[in-house]
Design a protein around this ligand. Structure first.
Ligand SMILES: Cc1cc2nc3c(=O)[nH]c(=O)nc-3n(C[C@H](O)[C@H](O)[C@H](O)COP(=O)(O)OP(=O)(O)OC[C@H]3O[C@@H](n4cnc5c(N)ncnc54)[C@H](O)[C@@H]3O)c2cc1C
Length: 354
C-alpha cells in the first residue's frame, strides 16, 4: 500500500471542500482533495438557488447561472401569504461545483476523483481509488467536507446531527416564472415544498420530517405536483428526480485534534430554509485559511480560530433559526398562528416570540 504525504487532506469536492482547498493551496499549502464521485457535482442533489450577493463573493463569472430570480412568494396551506423582492439566481449546480473545483486545481490543489476516504488509522487516511488498490494519505490537517452523512465527522464522533430527507423532480414550466415559490403546509411537517424556476423548467421538491401517522414524503410531492399542474404552473411528466439529506442541526464542535468540519459535514445548512451553499463556500474558505495557518505555524492550536471565526460570522443567524425550528416543531398544530415567526422572509421572524 503506497503512502502519500501532504499538508492538508480535504475529503469532498463540493462547495465546502473546493473552497477550502482553493484557499489553503493559494496560501502555499500542499493540498489533496479526494471525492468519491467520478465527475464533480454529478449527480446534482440540490434545488439550485443561490442569493444574489454570493455571486459577488465568488468572482467566478456567471457561467453557471440559469436565470435571475426577482424574489420569493410564500404560500400557506395553498393561499398566497407574501411576495417579496429578494434577488437571487437559479444555477447549474454541477457546473457551479466544477468551477469551484477548477479554481482549487488552479491554486495548486491535487483533486483525485473516484477516490473514497474509507477509514483513518494511526493518523493516516485510507483511500480507495476506483480500479486501484488501497492507498494511504498522511496529512497534517484533515478537512471533512464530505456532506451531510460525513464519514470524517464520524471519526471525531460528530456525526449525530439530525437530517431531514428531501425529494425533488425537474419538470417543465407552463410559462416562465421570475419568483421562487415556497409552500408551507400542515401536511409538510417541519419542512416545506418549493418550486424554483430554471428557464423553461423548474425544480419542484419537498423536504420534511417524517412522523408516525404522517404523510409519506413521496406522496406529498406527488400531491404538490398535481396541485401545481392544476393551477397551470407546470406541465407534463417529471423529467428527472433526485433526493438527498438536509442537516437541520449544526455539529456541536467543528474541530477535534487535526480535523476540521465544513459545510454540510458540520451541519451548516440553515435549519429553517435548508440552504447551505453560501455557508459551505464561506465556511469552507475559513477552514482552508486556518488549516493553512496551522501548517505554516506548525501549531494545531490555530485550528481553534476557525471555530471562533465561523461562529462570529454565522453563529447568531443559525442559532436563531435553530430556535425557530424548535418552535415550529413544538407548535406545529398552530402553524397558521406561528408561521410568520418561523419563516425567514417575515418581519416577525426577526422579532421576539412571546
Ligand atoms: C434536495 C436538496 C435541495 C437543496 N437545495 C439547496 C438550494 O437551492 N440552495 C442552497 O443553498 N442549498 C441547497 N441545499 C443544500 C446544499 O446542497 C448543501 O448545503 C451543499 O451541497 C453543501 O455543500 P458541501 O460541500 O458541504 O457538501 P456536498 O455538496 O454534499 O459535497 C460533499 C462531497 O463529498 C463527497 N464525499 C462524501 N463522502 C465521501 C468520502 N467518504 N470520500 C470522498 N468523498 C466523499 C461527495 O461525493 C460530495 O461531492 C439542498 C439540499 C438538498 C438535499
Amino acid at each position: 500500500m503506497i503512502t502519500i504525504a501532504c499538508d492538508i487532506l480535504v475529503v469532498g469536492a463540493g462547495p465546502a471542500g473546493s473552497s477550502a482547498a482553493r484557499e489553503a493551496a493559494a496560501r502555499g499549502a500542499d493540498v489533496i482533495v479526494v471525492d468519491r464521485r467520478a465527475v464533480v457535482g454529478v449527480p446534482v442533489q440540490c434545488a439550485e438557488y443561490i442569493p444574489a450577493p454570493l455571486i459577488g463573493e465568488l468572482h467566478l463569472g456567471r457561467g453557471f447561472v440559469v436565470q435571475p430570480v426577482k424574489g420569493m412568494r410564500t404560500f400557506l396551506n395553498g393561499r398566497l401569504l407574501q411576495q417579496i423582492v429578494a434577488p437571487g439566481y437559479t444555477i447549474r449546480r454541477d457546473v457551479f461545483d466544477q468551477m469551484l473545483a477548477e479554481e482549487a486545481r488552479k491554486s495548486g490543489a491535487r483533486v483525485l476523483l473516484s477516490t473514497t476516504a474509507v477509514s483513518r488509522q494511526d493518523g493516516e487516511v485510507v483511500v480507495r481509488q476506483k480500479g486501484a488498490s488501497l492507498s494511504r494519505i498522511r496529512p497534517r490537517v484533515i478537512i471533512g467536507a464530505d456532506g451531510p452523512r460525513s464519514k470524517v465527522a464520524g471519526w471525531i464522533s460528530c456525526n449525530k446531527k439530525e437530517l431531514m430527507p428531501a425529494v425533488q423532480v425537474r419538470v417543465a414550466l407552463a410559462q416562465l416564472m421570475e419568483f421562487t415559490e415556497i409552500f408551507l403546509d400542515n401536511r409538510i411537517y417541519g419542512g416545506y415544498g418549493w418550486l424554483f424556476p430554471r428557464g423553461n423548467e423548474a425544480n419542484v421538491g419537498v423536504g420534511m420530517k417524517i412522523r408516525n401517522g404522517g404523510d409519506r414524503i413521496g406522496r406529498v410531492l406527488q400531491e404538490l405536483l398535481a396541485r401545481l399542474a392544476a393551477e397551470g404552473k407546470i406541465k407534463g411528466k417529471p423529467l428527472g428526480a433526485t433526493a438527498g439529506w438536509v442537516p437541520v442541526e449544526a455539529a456541536q464542535t467543528l474541530r477535534a485534534g487535526n480535523i476540521l468540519l465544513a459545510g454540510d459535514a458540520a451541519g451548516h445548512t440553515h435549519p429553517i430554509t435548508g440552504a447551505g451553499i453560501p455557508q459551505a463556500v464561506i465556511g469552507g474558505r475559513m477552514a482552508g485559511k486556518w488549516a493553512a495557518c496551522a501548517v505554516d505555524r506548525a501549531d494545531l492550536s490555530a485550528l481553534a480560530e476557525y471555530e471562533s471565526e465561523w461562529r462570529e460570522f454565522f453563529g447568531e443567524a443559525l442559532e436563531k433559526a435553530s430556535s425557530r425550528r424548535r418552535l415550529l416543531e413544538r407548535e406545529w398544530d398552530r402553524l397558521e398562528e406561528i408561521v410568520k415567526y418561523c419563516w425567514v422572509t417575515f418581519k416577525e421572524y426577526h422579532s421576539e416570540y412571546e
